[in-house]
Structure formats: C-alpha cells, structure tokens
Design a binder for this molecule. Sequence first.
Ligand SMILES: [Zn+2]
Length: 222
Amino acid sequence: MSGLFAGLACRECGALAPPGPVHVCERCFGALDVSYDYAAIGERLTRAAIEARPPSMWRYAELLPLDGPPLVGRAAGMTPLVRADRLAARLGVGELWIKNEGVCHPTLSFKDRLVAVAVTRARELGLGAVACASTGNLANATAAAAAAAGLPCLVLVPDDVEPAKMVATSVYGAHLVPVRGTYDQVNRLASEIADRHPWGFVNVNLRPYYGEGGKTVGHEIA
Ligand SMILES: [Zn+2]
C-alpha cells in the first residue's frame, strides 16, 4: 500500500496537502480529496489478484488511503446483492439487484466501511481519540471501531435523539455527549472541537479518508 497513496489534494485549486487530519485546503477552503499513484496501482493490481483475496472490502487495499494494513473492521464489506423481482416489476425495469449493506460487519451498516478506514488512519496518524457527530448508525460504527482500536471515543448527539438508538453505542463504551441543538449545530460544534484538539472526527477532519471507505461498495458491484 505504501507509496500508492500519494497524499491529499484540493478539489478546487489542486494544491497539495500533507496526509494528516485535515479536510480543508489552506489556500482556498476547498475540500481535500485523497490522491493516488494510479499508474503504479495499475501495474501492481489485477482483477485476478483481487479475486484471490479474502472476501472483504480490504481486497481493494491499494485503492485505500492507508500506509499499512487495517487495524479495525477487517470483516467489513462484501455484502450480498439481492435480486428484487417484485420491486423491478413495480419500477418497470427488467432486472433489479439491491446491495444489502444491512449485513455489513461489525455494526450492520454502510458506515462500517467508512469508519474502518478513518479509524485505522487515526491510529496511523497517532491521534489520541476518535469522535463523530451522529444521530445513529455512524455513532454505532465509530464506537465499535474505537473499542477495537483501543482508542477513547466521543460521540456528540442532538439531545432529542431517542434513547433506544444510543443503547448500542453505549455498549461499546463511547462517551456520549447530548448537545442541545439541531444536527447541524452539533456538526458545527464537532468542527470547532476538531480545530482545537488532536482528536480524529471521522466525518470532519478525517473526512478525506472516511469518504474513501465508501467507494468499495462500487468496486464490489463492478
Ligand atoms: Zn484549494
């Protein structure tokens, strides 16, 4: 993997940034994306090599922004495609398949893929804690990954979230902090904390890495 993940680049102005816990371009405030050495990946990675690997999202490791192997979420990905004939007829299409992310491991949501990359990257960057702002699935996935990585976890939630939703997150030992306000306000608070403390907010300052985990759904479908 090392050497294939080239760093971060601004989506707007193209400026390069060191691959740390940052998501905004210092020059123009554009969003930062991960960049790869696709020529080197193309020489090394073949369809046959991918097919020979264990069935998880890590079959595409060369296309993920990590320096080393995954530390958490090793079983995430490779969810089934389910044929939905009745829905196909209803929609008037010949054939329809649904990617069932409800059986993704370990917390049964699509967020497990994103968080597996973000939390592994947090460990590679030596961050002291991971965190997120969430109203459900992301909180659960982040708390589980943090527990597996041995990192403290802070989860900010709007204070009107149903308690039942938070039970699963609490099981993993995360610090749940109810915040009086809307989800947008909670997110804003997360950004301000991320500016001030060396913590990895999976969907804020780790967003470039986090987002990359999601594209493995597309690789699997392809
Ligand atoms: Zn820029």
